[in-house]
Design a protein around this ligand. Structure first.
Ligand SMILES: Cc1cc2nc3c(=O)[nH]c(=O)nc-3n(C[C@H](O)[C@H](O)[C@H](O)COP(=O)(O)O)c2cc1C
Length: 195
């Protein structure tokens, strides 16, 4: 099983990097093959809303996203990690998510043509997040776009682990249980998924 981890933070070696590392370690404990995509290392242009994908089911922009589409397609499971930035996911991750309008439209076009065959069983997805503050609905702003991103790719939203009160680069390491929880979630993600 190939589990694609999408590292959404521009901060190398930060909290969500460590969380996703732990999650993927857990997935590997259970036999999965982890793959890593660092959005800070690829140039993904934002969606320009040109409407090309409405008709063609593909994106007119030829950039790093071409390979990302391929990697998203071949993954058996997807894990997204992002810190909260101004009550949203990071801009780098949001660009990737917005560009998933193309596969969404491809799916809709296939559905309209009666040629759509969803994967069985559906793939699973998971969200990891951290943020400095502690508001009650702090992580809604990550859960909603990531849920919809997974929907576009026919990935079942399997859950999230989100830690408030985490600000400095390695603060997550001082949390009593966070990285263990992430590793455990990675194991569960794989062992509860049909091969
Ligand atoms: C530009 C920017 C915006 C941020 N906005 C928020 C915010 O809206 N709410 C919050 O609780 N924390 C906010 N933070 C704090 C980060 O979410 C927090 O430091 C997180 O642990 C960073 O994760 P990372 O180390 O994986 O990058 C912001 C940080 C930056 C740099």
């Amino acid at each position: 099983m190939r589990v694609l981890g999408i590292y959404g933070s521009p901060r190398k070696g930060g909290n969500t990097d460590a969380m996703l590392d732990a999650f993927l370690r857990g997935a590997a404990d259970c036999g999965a093959t982890p793959e890593r995509l660092y959005v800070r290392d690829v140039q993904i242009q934002p969606c320009i809303g040109c409407g090309h994908c409405d008709k063609a089911g593909s994106c007119v922009q030829q950039d790093a996203m071409v390979e990302v589409y391929f990697r998203l397609e071949r993954a058996d499971g997807i894990v997204v990690a992002s810190p909260i930035y101004f009550y949203s996911v990071t801009a780098q991750l949001k660009a990737l998510i917005d560009r998933s309008q193309a596969p969404l439209m491809k799916k809709k076009l296939a559905q309209a043509a009666g040629a759509y065959h969803p994967r069985q069983p559906p793939r699973k997805g998971f969200l990891l997040s951290a943020a400095a503050t502690r508001g009650k609905r702090l992580f809604d702003c990550a859960v909603l776009p990531v849920r919809y991103f997974f929907d576009a790719l026919d990935v079942h939203y399997a859950g999230e682990l989100c830690f408030p009160g985490i600000e400095e680069r390695r603060a997550i390491e001082k949390h009593p249980a966070a990285l263990q929880d992430c590793r455990r979630a990675g194991r569960a993600f794989v062992s509860h998924t049909a091969p």
